[in-house]
Design a protein around this ligand. Structure first.
Ligand SMILES: [Zn+2]
Length: 313
């Protein structure tokens, strides 16, 4: 998350100078295609406007315009007194640009997690503008759901991703099981947990349309749907059964940083280059690179990639 702090000191809301004790976070999206996070400062840093939020978020930047505990005017109702608000910026091709949507979503998750830490909140305190309306504390808008629905993104998923970020990532992920048993609905055990964790990690990397799975080692209907989504994305028969081909595809997708369909030393090299600051990984590259799921791509992941490379698909 790349935070740029420039306060809109000429705006009436800034000058009003009222503060709040943040009790929650409200997620908006701009419904203004093509106007990115950095573009909003000049639009709002002037008097006579009554609609500021705390920050704008796009695929690259978080631009903060008000102190987080400043009372913003973002939702036309009671939540102005309690909620920190940020807007996710929508790109020109907002209905089809999945890569952008996921990158902005990811930045939103990071920002929300940081704000939860700062104000002692948890993911349950996060709502969308649309949810705020349904709770009677915000005006009638449908954001950001009206946009996210094109990519299978939901507020439930957003909260789950913030919860994962707050728990410090999901810890070191187990490698794929050595024996890679066939798994299907009704299977249980450590191999299922490893499968669920890997599907959760691949969800963002491959833009798979399912909500994060509980990593409980129980292969239920939701795990089956997630397997089917993965199989479709990888051109396999979407039967929801994890056999040798699906295991192989899981191994390749995960660690295939350059997304050329192979896991090899080039992927490990990319990870090491990013670890020493010589390369910036895109959002999907980073998700594929974080082999052990600890939230960063580093030498441990590069080693894991080399192990997968030796094992072959
Ligand atoms: Zn809104």
């Amino acid at each position: 998350m790349n935070l740029i702090q420039t306060f809109i000191t000429k705006n009436d809301c800034y000058k009003a100078g009222r503060t709040i004790v943040p009790k929650g976070i409200m997620v908006h999206s701009t419904a203004t295609p093509g106007v990115m996070a950095k573009d909003w400062f000049s639009r709002w840093n002037k008097p006579g406007l009554e609609v500021p939020v705390h920050a704008f978020v796009d695929d690259q930047f978080v631009c903060q315009h008000l102190p987080w505990n400043h009372r913003a005017w973002h939702c036309g109702d009671a939540a102005n007194n309690t909620h920190i608000a940020f807007e996710l910026c929508e790109p020109t091709d907002w209905k089809t640009n999945r890569t952008y949507a996921l990158a902005a979503y990811r930045n939103g998750v990071e920002l929300a997690a940081a704000l939860c830490r700062k104000y002692g909140l948890n993911e349950k305190a996060i709502i969308s503008h649309a949810e705020g309306y349904r709770q009677g504390i915000a005006s009638n808008h449908g954001d950001p759901d009206h946009w996210w629905r094109y990519f299978g993104l939901t507020m439930a998923g957003f909260r789950a991703d913030v919860a994962a970020a707050l728990s410090g990532g999901q810890g070191a992920a187990p490698a794929l099981p050595e024996n890679r048993p066939q798994l299907s609905e009704g299977s249980e055990g450590a191999a299922v947990t490893a499968l669920q964790r890997r599907l959760n990690q691949l969800r963002i990397a491959l833009a798979l349309a399912f909500e994060p799975l509980a990593e409980d080692g129980i292969f239920g209907p939701r795990t089956k749907e997630a397997v089917r989504a993965f199989q479709s994305a990888r051109g396999l028969a979407a039967d929801g059964i994890v056999g040798p081909k699906t295991w192989a595809a899981l191994a390749v997708s995960y660690g295939d940083v350059d997304q050329n369909g192979k896991v090899n030393a080039a992927d490990a090299l990319r990870i090491l280059q990013s670890a020493v600051g010589k390369r910036t990984l895109s959002e999907s590259e980073r998700a594929a690179a974080d082999l052990n799921g600890d939230g960063s791509a580093n030498a441990a992941d590069a080693l894991g990639v080399l192990r997968e490379a030796v094992k072959g698909p």
